[in-house]
Ligand binder design. Structure first.
Ligand SMILES: C[S@@+](CC[C@H](N)C(=O)[O-])C[C@H]1O[C@@H](n2cnc3c(N)ncnc32)[C@H](O)[C@@H]1O
Length: 263
């Protein structure tokens, strides 16, 4: 994890994440339903990637309290926020690390790896997730929630209508995840949801992205000229109109049925 990372900087600054990331909390709740399917084991070794402030971590420790859990995030401030939020849980089985999940420095095998709303930030999702799958123990599982291609289509259309670049990342579709599972010789259970959220105005939507550290645009994004952006944000008559945006979310579980290490 070398060099400047705008993603890390943005999440470090997200002081209000806990209060403002309501959709992410809801998504972590849904992803945590998959914890009930994890086969019981006396000692379960777990790795959480991009733990944020610990929405999923808390549910994990409530449902599988015997887990020896390594909690990691690329943003040091996020790791500290999780650490603070987990103070009431037994500490002897918890470890914390600042770690880029695209370059994990680990040689342990894990029974359970989870990442809620993290993979959409990866620069090289195919190679990086394949690498993470190689960290699974036999019969191990990787649970994830990530954004799909329909995410924020409303914002994309609005930008197209105003002829300005929208800055949205490219989020892969279901085929990408199934191809990856096939290549890695693992099974994949995948479901998807479209979760709408309405903001009083477009400006409120953009402010929320910033508050939760999610404002980093796609690489090579050219910001819109200020005048054009203002015309989009301040509608004729100056009265803001509500904006509904949709989170398109994939919930997936990879299961490692391999007998030996790599595919
Ligand atoms: C949308 S937040 C989700 C946080 C938490 N999992 C949750 O559900 O609330 C994304 C998190 O992923 C982290 N992140 C982004 N890219 C990462 C990477 N390459 N490696 C590890 N963490 C990353 C961010 O710092 C941030 O904490």
């Amino acid at each position: 994890m070398n060099g400047p990372s705008p993603i890390r900087t943005a999440f470090n600054r997200a002081h209000a994440y806990d209060q403002q990331a309501m959709i992410q909390a809801q998504i972590a709740e849904k992803l945590a339903l998959g914890l009930a399917q994890v086969p019981p084991k006396e000692k379960l070794y777990g790795l959480e990637l991009g733990c944020g402030t610990g929405f999923l971590s808390r549910l994990w420790l409530e449902r599988l309290p015997h887990t020896h859990l390594l909690l990691s995030d690329i943003a040091p401030a996020m790791v500290l926020r999780t650490q603070a939020n987990l103070q009431s849980y037994p500490q002897n089985t918890l470890k914390f690390a600042v770690m880029d999940a695209e370059a994990p420095c680990l040689n342990t095998a894990f029974d359970l790896i989870a990442a809620s709303m993290v993979f959409q930030w990866f620069h090289h999702p195919a190679a990086s997730v394949a690498n993470l799958l190689n960290l699974l123990a036999p019969s191990g599982r990787l649970l994830f929630a990530t954004l799909g291609p329909d995410t924020f289509q409303e914002w994309r259309s609005l930008c197209e209508n105003h002829q300005i670049p929208c800055g949205l990342h490219h989020y892969p579709g279901a085929d990408f995840w199934f191809d990856l599972a096939t290549k890695q010789k693992m099974s994949l259970e995948l479901s998807e949801e479209h979760i709408p959220e309405t903001y009083p105005s477009t400006l409120d939507f953009l402010k929320r992205l910033k508050a939760i550290g999610a404002e980093t645009p796609a690489p090579n994004h050219q910001p819109a000229p200020a005048g054009k952006l203002r015309r989009l944000l301040v509608p004729p008559g100056g009265i803001p109109t509500p904006l509904t945006v949709t989170h398109h979310v994939f919930f997936g579980t990879f299961i490692n049925h391999r007998k030996t290490g790599k595919p």
